[in-house]
Design a protein around this ligand. Structure first.
Ligand code: ZN
Length: 514
């Protein structure tokens, strides 16, 4: 470079360094080093993941499995060294529902064991049943007459044959590309979703709940269905109408037994029946339905703060799962990361200024019930004058959540909170070697940070690699597809973010209220 330009360039470099060094947002590099060392060299995250997936298993909200899991969770939090560990009940949720046994076989025309799981909140089959399978296409009210009196004791196949998504099978565990990450970071206005095409609403269409009621009255042996596009996978949620009847015992007993079957077994039965050849199945489902309505609970634990102990930084994820597998990704991985982040902070002797509280929710899969109830109870809701804003509202700094599968953090979403950009960007700096690079202004939805964000509190979800594994909400979401290194990094990042939020001079800035 020509000598005469040197002073100018030096001045420019100094200026740039000042502008981008985030002098006003300190990074506690000494603490980051301790967190990284503990979390990357002495990690326990896969031990947590293994215990929850292998020993506890599935944890449907309001199941005995969940209650057992929450007892373990509180004990584990105490072992880590957290204080104020508690189960906080929040609502009369319904009765417990547990699947205890499933046996499903194709007997004729060729024996084969089949894979299926009951839909949650449905009853068992009342013993072992051998039944003829029939395809039923029930759409509108007048279809009822066509089938009335013909379905007694039958195994009714009620969904169209499943289309298998071979592309999903081939995709493995893809990482987000640099181009994709850049696009997420640079997109300022997210394109609006196209409006769904206008359809003429038929008033005679039967609802899913009406169809189930009809099958019950007609005395079917079992309803078989398939809503999965993935070989070997059963996608099983809850009975339509269960939320409306408050997960009641009466609602559960008023339904027929419903079993979701893997696409290859389901489609095989449909094809055989299509040839006019009879299909005989044998089925037995046993479920345990609670006798009385019980309250659901969230589990919390803390590392107490010091000079700002009455202020709180929170982290967490939902501990509840759907019921057909341990749901290693959704959201056992998020719970493992939150527990490990707390363990790391205890292990390095962190004494935060603000109290750090972990909350592991229930009721998320049915609609964010646990986190919404918690936010209402502790912080209030400025949109609802019957609740109002509680004193805790001004004491919460921020909430950090993991629930987009088990993939590694690659950045964080601002959730539209531009005031948080400087802090969240500065705290990302120590993890560039992890490939953690993006601060996106986008807002993302569908999990527990929404419960905070919707009342004006800073709630954040990390941007993650999409590691689908075998998919949440299926029978195939096990420990084996979880990437240890991803969860180790996530726990380190989570611990560092909550540490910095708990140590900052000021509370996390909030969005301007509209
Ligand atoms: Zn989830």
């Amino acid at each position: 470079m020509p000598t005469r330009l040197r002073p100018f360039v030096t001045a420019l470099l100094l200026l740039l360094t000042a502008a981008f060094s985030f002098d006003t947002v300190p990074v506690d590099w000494a603490m980051v080093a301790r967190i990284r060392e503990e979390g990357l060299q002495r990690s326990r995250v896969m031990d947590f993941e293994s215990y929850m997936t292998d020993v506890l298993g599935a944890r449907l909200t309001m199941s005995r499995d969940m209650q057992r899991g929450q007892v373990w969770l509180q004990a584990e939090m105490t072992r880590i060294g957290l204080v104020n560990v508690a189960a906080e009940p929040y609502m009369e949720y319904g009765v417990t529902w547990d699947n205890e046994y499933v046996s499903l076989h194709l007997l004729e025309p060729d024996y084969t064991p089949m894979v299926g799981y009951p839909i949650a909140y449905t009853p068992g089959t009342d013993g072992r049943k051998v039944a003829q399978a029939v395809v039923v296409d029930l759409q509108v009210r007048e279809d009822l007459d066509r089938y009335r009196g013909t379905l007694r004791g039958k195994a009714v196949l009620v969904t169209p044959p499943a289309a298998i998504d071979l592309a999903a099978l081939a995709s493995g565990a893809p990482r987000r590309t640099e181009a994709e990450l850049r696009a997420i970071g640079e997109t300022v206005i997210v394109p609006a979703r196209p409006a769904p095409p206008r359809t003429v609403r038929r008033t005679d269409l039967l609802t899913a709940a009406e169809k189930l009621a009809f099958y019950k009255v007609e005395g079917v042996a079992v309803v078989l269905q398939c809503e999965s596009g993935w070989i070997g996978a059963v996608r099983g949620y809850g009975r339509p109408g269960a939320r409306e009847d408050g997960w009641s015992r009466a609602g559960m007993l008023a339904a027929p037994a419903v079993v979701a079957v893997t696409p290859e077994h389901y489609n095989r039965m449909v094809r055989i029946l299509g040839r006019g050849i009879p299909v005989t199945v044998e089925i037995e489902v046993r479920t345990r339905i609670g006798e009385r309505v019980e309250r659901a609970a969230n589990i919390v634990g803390e590392i107490p703060g010091t000079d700002l102990a009455d202020e709180v930084v929170m982290l967490g994820g939902h501990f509840d799962t759907w019921h057909a597998s341990p749901n290693a990704s959704d959201n056992t991985s998020g719970v493992a990361v939150a527990l490990e982040a707390m363990r790391i902070l205890k292990a390095v002797g962190a004494r935060p200024r603000r109290t750090i509280r972990v909350a592991l929710w229930s009721g998320e899969e049915q609609g964010l019930f646990g986190s919404r109830a918690y936010v209402r109870e502790h912080f209030g809701d400025p949109r609802d004058s019957t609740v109002g804003v509680k004193p805790g509202y001004e004491k919460l700094s921020a909430y950090f959540n993991q629930d987009y599968g088990a993939g590694q953090f690659r950045g964080i979403y601002l959730q539209g909170n531009e005031a948080a950009r400087a802090l969240l960007t500065a705290w990302l700096e120590p993890f560039r070697d992890f490939g953690m690079t993006v601060v996106s202004n986008q807002s993302v939805g569908s999990t527990d940070h929404v419960s905070f964000d919707e009342v004006g509190l800073p709630g954040f979800q990390f941007l993650q690699d999409r590691i689908p594994g075998t998919g949440g909400h299926t029978n195939l979401d096990f420990y084996d597809t979880i990437q240890a290194e991803d969860l180790m990094k996530n726990a380190v990042v989570m611990a560092s973010y909550v540490w910095h939020a708990a140590s900052a001079d000021a509370r996390m800035p909030r969005k301007t209220r509209r």
